[in-house]
Design a protein around this ligand. Structure first.
Ligand code: F0G
Length: 351
């Protein structure tokens, strides 16, 4: 088989490319769909994990960013800007430097996981930490992009959703069918809207006969969609990636759930951390926000709302290495420090 040449090349028939769009790539996409045998048993379904943490910058954001940055280059942009809880900024910084563009990122001061900040620094982005949350930062960058010659690459940029919809294509191509349910975390609500678009397009092209039900899972302290609220003023959750109170694509997300007979659910930080540990013990280490769909599935199963025997896909949006601090805290395990002698190490191993 031919070598993989990146997302824009792989799905060019479905993407808004012209002969002037650069086929930018860091080999994003083409992520594995991993069977989860223990969680499948626990849930009474066939569960696969779409592990988006294996993208080049460690999250699904690379799919949308490669498309948005390629179009920004095509349109002659020289600078990019975004607000981010961390992953968008890492992806923007990587693709911007790859394309030779300036990149400015606004992050909520004190509420971004260490690995994500390290990435933005390493890729050479200009980082502005604002005393406020993601919603404040997004309002600022939207205002700035309206007056300054700088391209906005948050998911309000339609090219972001175009790139991200390719994950829906991959799920179908890998599973050989549409799943019955696709569960994923919801923060700013771009990704659920992108999956909906992707599944709809595959349906139109006759690749699937019906749409998977989309189950959008939010953190309880940042769950306007699950709670039926217009917004949450002070969002709070350990899953900092989705610590968002006013999702920009709320309208598209509601339409995605309505159109697919899906649902929104909220899970507590304890439920998120429980699912996070179970996933790691399955051998798949994702970041806390990415465990929310599995927490949601466990909750709905416990309530009797997950029918047995279905094909379910949970999207694990980001890599566990993004947030080493939470990993160490959530497992409450300290490495044992001993002398570098055979007897000291053996005495620990033998108990
Ligand atoms: N999972 C992870 C790991 C994320 O980083 C995000 C969003 C989501 C889920 C939710 O996706 O916003 O499309 O509903 N992160 C954004 C960022 C906000 O700035 O990196 P969504």
């Amino acid at each position: 088989t031919a070598a993989y040449r990146g997302l824009l090349h792989a799905y060019k028939a479905y993407l808004p490319l012209t002969d002037r769009t650069p086929l930018l790539t860091l080999h994003e996409g083409n992520t594995p769909l991993i069977h989860a045998p223990r969680l499948s048993d626990a849930l009474g379904v066939t569960l696969h994990l779409k592990f988006e943490g294996l993208n080049p910058t460690g999250s699904f954001k690379d799919r949308g960013m490669v498309m948005a940055v390629a179009k920004a280059v095509e349109d002659g942009a020289t600078s990019l800007i975004c607000a981010s809880t961390g992953n968008t900024s890492a992806a923007a910084a990587a693709y911007a430097t790859r394309a030779g563009l300036r990149c400015v990122v606004l992050v909520p001061d004190g509420n971004i996981a260490l690995g994500k900040l390290a990435q933005a620094v390493a890729y050479g982005a200009e980082i502005i930490a604002v005393r406020g949350n993601f919603d404040d930062a997004l309002t600022l960058v939207r205002d700035i992009a309206a007056t300054e010659p700088i391209a906005l690459v948050n998911s309000v940029n339609p090219y972001r959703l175009e790139g991200q919809k390719t994950a829906a294509f991959e799920v179908v191509d890998q599973l050989g069918r549409a799943p019955d349910i696709l569960a994923l975390p919801v923060g700013n609500a771009g990704n659920i809207s992108a999956y909906h678009k992707g599944f709809r397009e595959y349906h139109t092209h006759g690749k699937i006969s019906r749409l998977p039900r989309l189950w959008g899972v939010q953190a309880a302290g940042a769950a306007p969609l699950a709670l039926g609220l217009s917004h949450v003023a002070q969002p709070e959750t350990i899953a900092t990636a989705i610590r968002i109170g006013n999702p920009a694509s709320a309208h598209l997300a509601r339409e995605a759930v309505r159109d697919t007979n899906g649902l929104f659910e909220a899970v507590t930080d304890d439920e998120i951390l429980h699912a996070y540990r179970l996933l790691a013990r399955e051998g798949v280490f994702c970041e806390p926000a990415s465990a929310t769909p599995v927490a949601g599935l466990l909750k709905l199963k416990a309530q009797g709302n997950l029918d047995a025997g279905q094909h379910v896909v949970a999207v694990l949006t980001g890599n566990g290495l993004k947030d080493p601090g939470t990993a160490l805290k959530a497992n409450a395990v300290e490495p044992l420090v001993v002398d570098a002698t055979l007897s000291a190490v053996l005495s620990v191993i033998r108990g």
